[in-house]
Design a protein around this ligand. Structure first.
Ligand SMILES: Cc1ncc(COP(=O)(O)O)c(C=O)c1O
Length: 388
């Protein structure tokens, strides 16, 4: 059994989650349940592989080995029934840097790019910082979870001449695992108007049964012609600091354009620990991941039970995947600034403000439950105390 209950003191380890708090909020007794990394140690075989690499002692330039491609292909086939070809696999230091490259590769300044609202905040930033026009399509809430508004999206695609859509699959912050039929309808809409799809699938392995993850480009044989997939082992296995991610591009023309953007930006070489950690994670990770999912699911149920019993004013969106929970505080009638102030200065707990995910995130917060139960209970106690 993997040990997820141990509480590690991450303070003074130079980690963003714990060590940036004092500088950001001026207080250092806050409990961080925000940024998407986990308070769990990585899988021992991954740590051993990283250590063995360091012990080689000479860490020169290092291309991606064939064994890494094999590990990725087997993982994708085994876990997602996706047969990605070797030539389709490219590497980069992260999914967000790859989003930026994709925007540069496939659009020009001023082009309109569509994203959902709410969605992972760097989607908007990367569009705007590349001088493209940002258009947001609000997700609808139906039966307690997000659904896409394809009618509205079609209008926006036409009115704004949308060239590219950045999809979050599964969805952060809502934890939606888009179904194959939802993706099919969405993909058909994009195909109809020649809209390219960048599918960010970094949360693809964090799925709770009976939900099933579907790779966008695998939904229909034609979908890989107009889409690229961004993913990584770093979210699944808590390795964000090794900075490694993959880009899968089956369409040779799209791949050529992406590689040209990588070369223009000198972003085609990755650090050796990224390769090594990714390969070791995919080769040895099945059992660790299945136990992680059990633990995360228990944590999600813990939040659900706590809110129902202790804080029924706060409504949670039950995630189908990811370790993130979208919490609705709107019944308190607070502004976003007031809500944040109460959580930080009264409850002393740090969540991600919903408003940073887009206008639809107003009066919401995103809670990260990838932590030991003891930490989670303390976090929930503090959230409750924020409103007493
Ligand atoms: C949807 C999504 N994409 C990308 C990232 C970050 O990816 P990377 O660290 O590889 O840039 C995150 C991190 O939380 C995420 O939630």
């Amino acid at each position: 059994m993997v040990e997820f209950d141990t509480v590690y003191d991450r303070r003074n380890t130079n980690c963003s989650k714990w060590d940036s708090i004092k500088e950001t909020y001026g207080e250092d007794d806050l409990l961080p349940l925000w940024i998407a990394d986990m308070d769990f140690k990585a899988n021992p075989p991954v740590l051993k592989a990283l250590k063995d690499t360091a012990e080689q002692g000479i860490l020169g330039y290092s291309p991606a080995p064939d064994s890494l491609y094999d590990a990725i292909q087997h993982w994708q086939k085994r876990h997602h029934d996706y047969s990605v070809s070797k030539e389709a696999i490219l590497f980069n230091s992260g999914v967000v840097p790859s989003l930026s490259l994709a925007i540069q590769a496939y659009t020009k300044p001023g082009d309109a790019i569509l994203i959902h609202d709410p969605v992972y905040p760097p989607f908007a930033k990367v569009v705007e910082q590349n001088d493209r026009k940002l258009v947001r399509s609000q997700l609808l809430t139906e039966q307690g979870h997000f659904v896409m508004d394809l009618t509205e999206m079609e209008k926006q695609i036409v009115a704004e001449n949308i060239r590219l859509f950045i999809l979050c699959n599964p969805h952060n912050p809502g934890g939606r695992v888009w179904t194959k039929s939802e993706l099919e309808a969405f993909g058909k809409l994009c195909a109809k108007y020649d809209v390219l799809v960048i599918s960010d699938e970094i949360h693809q392995d964090l799925i709770f049964a009976p939900h099933v993850f579907t790779t966008f480009s695998n939904v229909h044989p034609t979908f890989k012609d107009f889409s690229i997939t961004l993913t990584a082992a770093t979210k699944t296995f808590n390795l964000a600091g090794i900075k490694n991610s993959m880009i899968f591009i089956e369409n040779p023309d799209l791949r050529k354009k992406f590689v040209a953007a990588q070369e223009r930006n000198f972003q085609n070489e990755i650090n050796i620990f990224g390769y090594v950690g990714t390969e070791a994670a995919y080769q040895n990770g099945d059992r660790w991941l299945s136990e992680l999912l059990v633990y995360l699911k228990e944590n999600i149920e813990t939040v659900n039970d706590f809110l129902q019993a202790e804080l029924p004013t706060v409504k949670m969106m039950r995630p189908e995947g990811t370790y993130l929970i979208w919490l609705d505080f709107s019944a308190y009638g607070l502004t976003d600034a007031q809500l944040q102030k109460q959580l930080i200065h009264i409850g002393k707990v740090v969540l991600n403000p919903g408003i940073s995910f887009g206008p639809k995130g107003t009066q919401h917060m995103r809670l990260n439950v990838a932590c030991p139960k003891e930490t989670l209970f303390e976090g929930l106690r503090r959230i409750k105390a924020s409103f007493e």
